[in-house]
Write a protein of this length. Structure first.
Length: 232
């Protein structure tokens, strides 16, 4: 089965321009691949560069060296050398991302935040809101909260909105940065089931999880990031 994602010899160093140009090496020589339907879990202590790797795949960070090839539109696009328009196209059609924190426009209702990506894909607003409601209900978010903006929600409630928004659209690759960190056991189990469904549908997944039970339940391959880490 052809790979959807290939990383080879990827390195990243941050330069602190306001601190006299201090260089902070993060990772060097990162190499792994992801097949459709496979979940690759990045493992290692905090500060070893796991989130930086996800952000390089998503195009939020530029890597200093190496290649990050993503199958897009029938061909492999090198994210490491793609322009801004290409990065935006990848995000619209090929790669989804669930970060650790919800980033949403203030005063927008939770259900519209979740439905937004589907509408961007061309789904009608009515259908998008129905499907958004279905996944919010599955994640045990009370319907009374759907019309409200999530700024005053609890951390766990905000994360469930984040998960719903990221999981609802169909993308060939899904990046997950600690999706279950602020969830209780019941909702962690639901997210594990959602990940299993994504895998069965052929979605490739790169995930960061520190919960051993979640990692064991979802991982097909574990990449030890300490092998590549240059962080102190």
């Amino acid at each position: 089965m052809s790979e959807i994602l290939q990383l080879s010899k990827v390195s990243k160093t941050f330069i602190m321009h306001l601190q006299g140009g201090i260089r902070l090496p993060v990772v060097d020589g990162v190499a792994f691949s992801v097949r459709p339907g496979e979940c690759v879990v990045l493992a290692g202590p905090s500060g070893t560069g796991k989130s930086s790797i996800l952000k390089m795949i998503f195009g939020s960070y530029r890597c200093d060296q190496g290649h990050i090839r993503l199958r897009h539109g029938g061909a492999m696009t090198d994210i490491a050398h793609a322009g801004p328009r290409d990065i935006l196209a990848l995000r619209r059609h090929t790669v989804g991302y669930v970060s650790q924190f919800l980033r949403a426009v203030p005063r927008v209702p939770a259900i519209d935040i979740v439905a937004g990506p589907l509408e961007s894909d061309g789904v009608s607003p009515e259908t998008a809101r129905v499907r958004a409601g279905e996944i919010l209900a599955r994640l045990n978010l009370p319907e009374r909260l759907w019309p409200l903006p999530p700024a005053t929600f609890s951390g766990g409630e905000q994360q469930r909105i984040n998960i719903a928004r990221g999981f609802l659209p169909e993308r060939p690759l899904l990046l997950l940065d600690e999706p279950t960190a602020s969830l209780d056991a019941a909702n962690r189990a639901i997210v594990v089931d959602l990940i299993g469904q994504k895998k069965k549908s052929g979605t490739g997944i790169v995930a960061i999880v520190h919960d051993d039970d979640v990692r064991n339940a979802i991982a097909d391959t574990i990449v030890d990031v300490t092998t590549f880490s240059k962080a102190a």
